[in-house]
Design a protein around this ligand. Structure first.
Ligand code: C5J
Length: 227
């Protein structure tokens, strides 16, 4: 039976049989000093509040055995999946593939590319290395989700207006119903986070829905009480 989650622009009808949690790029490269986010001049501490909120979401999904997907923005060590337009952006020495404080910047397998320990994937969860900002580009994820019968995606992660919003838009175009949990996403620019959420829910939910985490937790706990 569907669970009604208080959301904007109107309640989200969550189907436990076809929902998955997507945690976008909660990796050290964006969240810790010395990574990609920091070398671009951002205050990475602005992303920290998302960590406990994403942990709460993981707890909700893991407790119910619902699927969880973690993404990392990650390139191959030979950079064959990083187009020059992306590789050459920014000042020399601070670019993707360059040596940073946590290894090569945004390169798969490097220390900085790991998901922060508090949110580390557990056995059975899907991990996707994506060379783009969006989670569907060059990842094969859509086909995997289709095989699993997933039609709804609950979104969390960083940054709201870049990889989260791009992934939500890609998902929306592929026919998924998307719900963004507001406390579980952050941006280096609070005004961009606020604007991205408004863009998502505007025009009757043109990209999807947004909800507070407490409303989701409450709706799921009531579901247990009624079961
Ligand atoms: C960025 C991301 N901001 N994960 N990536 O470059 O949002």
């Amino acid at each position: 039976m569907a669970i009604s989650v208080p959301a904007r622009p109107y309640d989200f009808s969550l189907d436990p049989r076809s929902v998955a949690l997507v945690v976008i790029d909660m990796q050290r490269d964006f969240i810790e000093p010395g990574g990609f986010g920091a070398v671009l001049g951002n205050d990475v501490s602005r992303l920290l509040p998302a960590i406990p909120a994403v942990a709460r979401l993981l707890e909700l999904f893991r407790a119910r055995g619902w699927p969880v997907i973690h993404t990392r923005e990650a390139h191959r060590p030979d950079l064959s999946d990083c187009p020059p337009a992306k590789r050459l952006r920014g000042a020399p020495g601070l670019r993707i593939g360059d040596d940073g404080a946590m290894g090569r910047i945004l390169i798969a397998g490097e220390p900085g590319n790991q998901i922060v320990p508090e949110l580390a994937p557990v056995k059975g969860e899907i991990e996707i290395d994506k060379p783009g900002k969006g989670m569907f580009w060059a990842t094969g994820l859509h086909e995997r989700l289709q095989e699993m019968g997933i039609t709804q995606l609950v979104f969390a992660g960083v940054t709201t207006e870049v990889c989260v919003q791009t992934s939500m838009r890609e998902a929306n175009d592929r026919g998924y119903e998307c719900l963004l949990i507001e406390e579980a996403t952050e941006s280096y620019f609070p005004e961009f986070k606020a604007a991205a959420i408004e863009m998502i829910v505007a025009q009757g939910g043109i990209v999807g829905w947004a909800a507070g985490i407490a409303g989701l937790e409450q709706a799921l706990s009531e579901e247990v009480a009624h079961a």
